[in-house]
Design a protein around this ligand. Structure first.
Ligand code: SF4
Ligand code: SF4
Length: 429
């Protein structure tokens, strides 16, 4: 289970190793510990950012190998990057984690496990619309036939229980699968420029209305909007799993699908936007990818710069920060500011706002116990807020929060931030 060190950096080779400067930046102060969800749940030093950085550095210095224990502490990490926000020394934890996971994936002789098989299956399906579409049709049938209700009532073997857990995450599935999204949406009035929209795998299939609302809002903000039909997966899930070569191949394909003369590239899924911005780091030998990454914005960053004609929406919304928006992209103010511009809308803060909801890409499928505890905590903070609506900027968070609130009997509408903004937008384009 442990690989022998060779010419390289201790247990790592020199193909995308974690940065030694990044590892050395950790001064072991422990400020990050209370902000780390897995440390809060598990209470183990090695399941904290400081502990994980210690393990990575010990491997880089050849003091430990790529062991099963080390791998498990990395598996349990959500990759939420709350530790980066908390860290006064600037430890680039997300990149260290992704690089180290990449080393494990290529170099450690890990046997097949249910977790790895499931991760492989998810990554084999999600980037491919031709595979995802029939799977969703089957999920619709499963739900409508009543089998889903029956499955919930019965004790299930482990594999079926996982399928049931996946099904419980799904929102009401739209019939069209998002194919009806227009490829172009002209600006209202004189255009200020042209933006390209990343339609995303999960967003496109589970929440196609969010893409439509995003196009409408951007057009109202004065942008000509293009949603290229040929775009594929951005590779965010692959990056978080340490599949860096896959990420590079997917990044090059995605960049090629967008017209290089576009002024901006807009993402409305926090995890995707964070990965797109990080193309500049992981695909740094490609001028096109670096130029593309420099143009990427979260939709809230673009809309916050515009004057939008909002009508009254009299309700209260609790805003949930998606980790890859608040920690990955450092976008916290813009979504709140936009929501506060809607007349009649009260925006309230959640307790433990910096903590992950447990979604974290596909973490809630792979590590349901820790994810469940975090999800229940988030749902309780939502209950305490008293808000009838929760808004967030990431489809994975919407699914996780909706499921956990349902399970606890908390009656709340869970929506993407742009859904509320589009609801408040005066009739227009
Ligand atoms: S990324 Fe999140 S879960 Fe992982 S060590 Fe940092 S704070 Fe903890
Ligand atoms: S806050 Fe930063 S420097 Fe301090 S222990 Fe955590 S990672 Fe290390």
């Amino acid at each position: 289970m442990t690989t022998a060190p060779d010419a390289g950096l201790g247990a790592f080779d020199l193909r995308d190793p974690p940065s030694m400067d990044g590892l050395r930046a950790c001064v072991h102060c422990g400020i990050c510990l209370p902000q780390c969800p897995t440390y809060r749940v598990l209470g183990e030093e090695m399941d904290s950012p400081r502990g994980r950085v210690y393990l990575m550095r010990a491997a880089a210095e050849g003091r430990i190998g790529l062991s099963a224990d080390f791998a498990r502490h990395l598996d349990l990490c959500l990759g939420c990057r709350a530790c980066e926000t908390a860290c006064p020394s600037g430890v680039p934890f997300g990149r260290l984690l992704e690089a180290t996971r990449g080393q494990f994936r290529r170099r450690a002789a890990r046997g097949a496990s249910g977790r790895r098989r499931l991760l492989g299956a998810v990554l084999a399906v999600f980037p491919h619309p031709s595979r995802l579409a029939p799977l969703l049709s089957a999920a619709r049938l499963y739900r409508r036939s009543g089998l889903a209700r029956l499955a919930r009532a019965l004790p299930l073997p482990a594999a079926l229980a996982r399928l049931e857990a996946m099904e419980s995450l799904l929102p009401e599935l739209p019939a069209g699968g998002g194919d009806e999204l227009p490829e172009r949406w002209p600006a209202a009035g004189r255009p200020r420029g042209r933006v390209g929209l990343l339609t995303g795998c999960v967003q496109r299939f589970f929440y196609p209305d969010v893409n439509r609302d995003t196009m409408r809002l951007l057009a109202a903000a004065g942008w000509d909007v293009v949603a290229p039909r040929g775009q594929e997966c951005c590779g965010a899930l692959h990056l978080h799993a340490g599949r860096i070569d896959d990420l590079r191949a997917m990044a090059r394909r995605l960049v090629a699908a967008f017209d290089p003369t576009l002024d901006l590239i807009v993402a409305n899924a926090a995890g995707c936007g964070s990965a797109l911005k990080d193309y500049a780091h992981w695909v740094d030998d490609d001028d096109d990818a670096r130029a593309f990454a420099a143009k990427v914005r979260d939709v809230s960053e673009v809309l916050a710069e515009a004057e939008l004609p909002f009508r009254e929406l009299r309700t209260t919304v609790a805003y949930h920060d998606a980790c890859h928006l608040q920690h990955g992209q450092r976008v916290r103010a813009e979504p709140r500011e936009l929501l506060r511009r809607i007349p009649g809308l009260t925006v309230v803060e959640l307790g433990d706002a910096e903590l992950c909801c447990g979604s974290a890409g596909v973490y809630n499928l792979l590590e349901p116990e820790v994810a469940g505890e975090l999800g229940r905590g988030k749902a309780e903070r939502i209950r305490e807020s008293g808000a009838p609506v929760v808004a967030s900027g990431n489809p994975g968070c919407l699914m996780q929060i909706a499921r956990e609130c349902r399970a606890l009997g908390i009656s709340v509408e869970v929506v993407h931030t742009v859904t509320l903004l589009a609801r408040a937008l005066e009739e227009g384009p």
